[in-house]
Design a protein around this ligand. Structure first.
Ligand code: BES
Ligand code: MN
Ligand code: ZN
Length: 503
């Protein structure tokens, strides 16, 4: 989609749909109300129509009105943005997503988008949130649409955001930020939506190499023999049963203009199981259905890395994607096996289906050894996290209150729901090994917590945060943030964490 910022008002644009924000409780009575102006242009019938339809300006509600030739735009889409003085970037982006979907449902290919006149949010935030909200809502995964779906419903092709009274340099800078974030988000969604027959560990590595080339990153890909030489044994064990062997993908972003001479290096680690059958601790039919998405952590890490240069991120980032496929064959690892990962903490395999924590064990240690001063991992790690928090919420675990607070603040800006869970000391004994140091499964009770406690053995004493995205990596249905399928969760939060908006 072609999207641009323009100064001035969109009211006289010859487009298929003009999107106009309306605050809650605005019934067009005041002269300052946009509803009031538009009512005058639509023969004094708009306010009555909006009232009849029960449109109240509630955040995310929309009303599509044909303009019957009275305005250059073919239709007007009113979008509620809620309480004017409680507007947040996240709610605003979501409302604009709903408006974009209403435009597409009406068959619009070109849209003009107005921004609210008075608000407590800075202009750059409004433009950024509108551009992000509209684009992410209209995302589609079209790669495998066959003949029967062709021409079903056209998508919006052209959008212009009109910032009346907004300095064009401010508007354009916000558009550039939105476009980098959306690029990373769509990269992550596309990778997660790809079938596992296509997105193998080696294909993930190739994709990362292409991203590194175009996004100014350095990359180092370790294949099976390099992993064996280095002793990355947990990743090797997980990937042993597949003919698509594991790849450890190392990416580095170095800023052109480092913030200070401080030695901070952020480490990002992504679980990238391109398919999770469970291995010999095999999953059920139902349990296996969505397991092509078990690489969402790795995809999010790549999405974030793809955007850092364009955003002029001030901090260096060391990223690791642990790519492997968890399959069954005569070569597969088994329950009862003992694995010695990079840092020598021996692991007793109870379940071959608790494979994510195994690849992350090696990934965390490798990232620490490459100089990270803090570690953040993303993983579709446990069904227990989905049971605990439901779909759409990421479980956050952290050794450090400060790091947790920063990530939660970033997630609020980004509009990605996140909830902190405890690293309960008393549960540590559940994963204490019988013959090895640590077991890879602590049983059903507190399953998301014991998984996190397992990972902590491999955080090398660094400040560490773990994001269990098992419940949030997919949208279970179509919505204003995007269609059913991959959500790209983590990309927006981590970018906001690394490059705070308004910097
Ligand atoms: N990839 C799954 C977790 C998962 C479940 C992700 C549902 C998305 C939706 C993970 O590898 C897994 O199988 N975890 C096991 C761990 C158990 C064996 C200790 C689980 O959660 O059941
Ligand atoms: Mn598993
Ligand atoms: Zn898994």
């Amino acid at each position: 989609m072609d999207i641009a910022f323009r100064s001035g008002t969109g009211a006289d644009e010859r487009v298929d749909a003009l999107i106009v924000p309306i605050p809650a409780g605005d019934h067009g009575q005041s002269d300052a109300s946009r509803l009031h102006d538009l009512d005058a242009r639509l023969s004094g019938r708009l306010i009555e129509l909006a009232d009849d339809a029960g449109f109240s300006g509630k955040a995310g509600s929309t009303l599509t009105v044909p303009t019957l030739g009275l305005m250059p735009a073919r239709r007007l889409i009113l979008v509620g943005v809620g309480d004017a003085d409680r507007l947040t970037a996240a709610s605003f982006a979501r409302s604009y997503g709903a408006a974009a979907l209403a435009a597409r449902d009406a068959g619009a290919r070109s849209i003009a988008i107005e921004l609210p006149r008075t608000t407590t949010l800075p202009a750059s935030t409004l433009v950024d949130a509108a551009a992000t909200g509209v684009q992410r809502a209209l995302y589609e995964f079209t790669t495998y649409r066959g003949a029967t779906r062709q021409g079903a419903r056209p998508n919006v092709e052209r959008a212009a955001i009109f910032g009346d009274g907004i300095d064009p340099t401010v508007g354009e800078a916000a558009m550039r930020r939105a476009s980098a974030v959306v690029g990373g988000l769509f990269l992550a969604r596309n990778l997660v939506n790809e079938p596992a027959s296509v997105l193998t560990p080696e294909r993930m590595a190739e994709t990362a190499a292409n991203v590194a080339e175009s996004a100014g990153l350095t990359i180092d890909i370790l294949d099976e023999s390099a992993l064996a030489a280095l002793g990355v044994n947990a990743m090797l064990a997980v990937g042993m049963g597949s003919s698509h062997k594991p790849r450890l993908i190392r990416l580095r972003y170095s800023p052109n203009n480092p913030a200070e001479a401080d030695a901070r290096v952020v480490g990002l680690v992504g679980k990238c199981i391109t398919f999770d059958t469970g291995g010999y601790s095999i999953k059920t039919y139902e349990g296996m259905l969505e397991m092509k998405g078990d690489m969402a952590g790795g995809a999010a890490v790549l999405g974030v890395m793809s955007a850092l240069q364009a955003l002029d991120c001030p901090v260096p980032v060391e990223a690791t994607i642990c790519a492997a496929e968890n399959m069954i064959s005569g070569e597969s690892f088994r329950p009862g096996d003992i694995i010695t990962p990079l840092n020598g903490v021996t692991i007793e395999v109870l379940s071959t289906d608790a494979e994510g924590r195994l690849v992350l064990a090696d990934g965390l240690v490798d990232t620490a050894r490459r100089g990270a001063t803090e570690l953040i991992d993303l993983a579709t790690l446990t069904g227990a996290a989905v049971v605990a928090l439901g779909e759409g919420t990421t479980a956050l675990f952290s050794s450090e209150d400060d790091l947790a607070a920063h990530l939660i603040a970033a997630s609020k800006d980004a509009g990605e729901r996140m909830w902190r869970m405890p690293l309960t000391e008393e549960l540590k004994e559940k994963i204490k090994g019988d013959v090895g140091d640590v077991k890879n499964s602590g049983g059903r009770a507190g399953g998301a917590i014991t998984a996190a406690l397992f990972l902590q053995h491999f955080s090398e004493g660094l400040p560490w945060a773990h994001l269990d995205i098992a419940g949030s990596a997919r949208f279970p249905k179509n919505g204003p943030e995007g269609p059913k399928g991959a959500s790209g969760v983590g990309v927006q939060t981590l970018i906001d964490y690394l490059v705070p908006p308004g910097m």
